[in-house]
Design a protein around this ligand. Sequence first.
Ligand SMILES: NC(=O)c1ccc[n+]([C@@H]2O[C@H](COP(=O)([O-])OP(=O)(O)OC[C@H]3O[C@@H](n4cnc5c(N)ncnc54)[C@H](OP(=O)(O)O)[C@@H]3O)[C@@H](O)[C@H]2O)c1
Length: 224
Amino acid sequence: MPTAMVTGANRGIGFEIAQQLLDRNYEVHATYRHDKGALANLNHPGLVLHRLDVRNDQDVASAMACLGPTLDLLVNNAGVSDGRWSSIAEIDFDIVSTVMEVNAIAPVRVTQHALPRLTNAGGTVLMITSLMGSIADCSSGKSYAYRASKTALNMFTTAMKNELRAKGVSLLLMHPGWVETDMGGPNAPIQADESVNGIMARIEEQTLELTGRFVDYAGQALPW
Ligand SMILES: NC(=O)c1ccc[n+]([C@@H]2O[C@H](COP(=O)([O-])OP(=O)(O)OC[C@H]3O[C@@H](n4cnc5c(N)ncnc54)[C@H](OP(=O)(O)O)[C@@H]3O)[C@@H](O)[C@H]2O)c1
């Protein structure tokens, strides 16, 4: 049975990813920060829950210590939006720091902790990024911290690519689409199950040769 870990799995896209991986017979280590949320009612023998704030090194180490020697799939999904400021004058730098820490730095931290097990498995790391991190696509601007955090995540991931490929570990940068969740809001055109159906197909087709690609849930290559 393959093993996966999904961060921020108590709601939204992360919860749907955890569910669909369970349907595909993964053992799923699903993490939540405070509240188990939807995970509390998901009774499945393949599901293991961990309380984990992705910013906390000890939380991450403790969760990893519960795993066996291999991890086939790490999904760095946990993320936060920014203040959606409409002008530079409104930027709150404490929020900027949090957004950068959760969206850009924490996925690298979790990957660092998971690396020995990913290497043992020849595993895959799925980074849930955003088209909003694309410099080429940034015509409307604003969402300063959220955009910058996802751009930084894209570069961290690209910079890791060769080192991890040499260890047999593949990286996938995924834009899930604009999805109806707490973050995506009620006007989003895509439901979480549709997005995650696509994400599952991208995981299944992923190879070491495809490492580092930046695509959306439908497999469309995105501009950097
Ligand atoms: N929805 C969209 O349209 C969209 C588009 C592009 C990219 N994305 C990306 O997709 C991912 C999931 O987003 P979503 O739409 O599902 O958002 P969501 O419904 O707001 O869920 C965010 C998840 O991240 C968790 N989280 C936040 N900070 C955390 C921390 N410090 N430690 C651990 N977990 C933390 C949340 O846990 P709590 O419940 O404890 O807050 C929650 O489980 C994010 O990376 C987001 O940037 C979403």
